[in-house]
Design a protein around this ligand. Structure first.
Ligand code: PBG
Length: 322
């Protein structure tokens, strides 16, 4: 590969050539669109740190899903923000909980939509931790039972996939077992296998009112310094029956996506999280970067690293420009 025999620029001369030799392409089929659902009616309130992203009441989220389906987006990741929280996150598994009602209403209206639910407790607990506490520590075994109960309640209400994001050991196996026992062997588990204890979740915690009231999540989420540990987490979840493994956040952890891609045959999802979205939005608002171009480049980088599915707040915008 020596100049002048080899000239890299030959294959960059025009768009016709570039599009022929392009190695990675994005499609609307790659996207999963996260949605925040709140109690009430007629609500569509923008999240301050995430322009273009809203909290919807159930009646309003129907419009958003309809528009998204028309743009070709078929998968949605649903987060519920309950009216009432308590120590053990009861509203996370109630038949009349926010997510359960949302699932039934959405499925009824749009049976073709693929509905994925976040299985976690932090939005539902008064203390904001992702499990049931004993003192200031998460009681692991009690939490697993609660997570299994939540997952089954989602499946009963119509969830196609469940996505446990709590990072408790053994939860994939426990959830699989509970789903199978309840007759939901076809409900897939997309596990947040490699979820880092990241500061990029800041805007989400504002949106979902899920910031821990004391302490942090370092005793259950992963240390950003670790890569080999990500392999152990992914191995564990795959052995326990995860159908899809996720890396989260996405852009600061492209090396991890690539590593998993090279080591597993399962589909890999990557979550471009709230902070990644907020940074692009804020910088473009200030005129420092061009939003659209940076959006495409960020999504492309995640796909190029090896993600099959991209969970992104840009889903609707990207789809509308395709
Ligand atoms: C729930 C959960 C979080 C996110 C997804 N599920 C927050 C957290 O772990 O604190 C973050 C998503 C985002 O930042 O967009 N545990």
């Amino acid at each position: 590969m020596r100049f002048p025999e080899y000239r890299a620029r030959r294959l960059r001369r025009n768009e016709a050539i570039r599009s022929l030799v392009r190695e990675t392409t994005l499609s609307v089929n790659d996207f999963i669109y996260p949605l925040f659902i709140v109690e009430g009616e007629g609500i569509k309130e923008e999240i301050k740190s995430m322009p273009g992203i809203y909290r919807f009441s159930i009646d309003k989220v129907l419009d958003e899903i309809k528009e998204s389906l028309e743009l070709g987006i078929s998968a949605f990741l649903l987060f519920g923000i309950p009216g009432k929280k308590d120590e053990v996150g009861t509203s996370a598994y109630m038949k009349e909980g926010i997510i359960q009602r949302a699932l039934r209403t959405i499925k009824d209206k749009f049976p073709q939509a693929l509905l994925i639910t976040d299985v976690c407790m932090c939005e539902y607990t008064s203390h904001g931790h992702c499990g049931i506490l004993k003192g200031e520590e998460v009681d692991h075994d009690l939490t697993l039972e609660q997570l299994a109960r939540i997952a089954v309640s989602h499946a009963k209400a119509g969830a196609d996939w469940v996505a446990p994001s709590d990072m408790m050991d053994g939860r994939v196996a426990r959830i699989r077992e509970a789903l199978d026992e309840a007759g939901f062997s076809y409900v897939a588990i997309m596990s947040y296998a490699v979820k880092y204890c990241s500061s990029f979740y800041g805007p989400f915690r504002e949106a979902a009112e899920s910031a821990p009231k004391f302490g942090d999540r370092r005793s259950y989420q992963m240390d950003p310094a670790n890569a080999r540990e990500a392999m152990r987490e992914a191995l564990m979840d795959v052995e326990e029956g995860a159908d899809i493994i996720m890396v989260k956040p996405a852009m600061p952890y492209l090396d991890i996506i690539k590593m998993l891609r090279d080591s597993f045959y399962h589909p890999i999802a990557a979550y471009q999280v709230s902070g990644e979205y907020a940074m692009i939005k804020a910088a473009s608002k200030l005129g420092y970067i061009e939003e659209e171009r940076v959006m495409w480049e960020s999504l492309l980088s995640i796909k190029r690293a090896g993600a099959d599915l991209i969970i992104t707040y840009f889903a609707k915008k990207a789809a509308s420009l395709m």
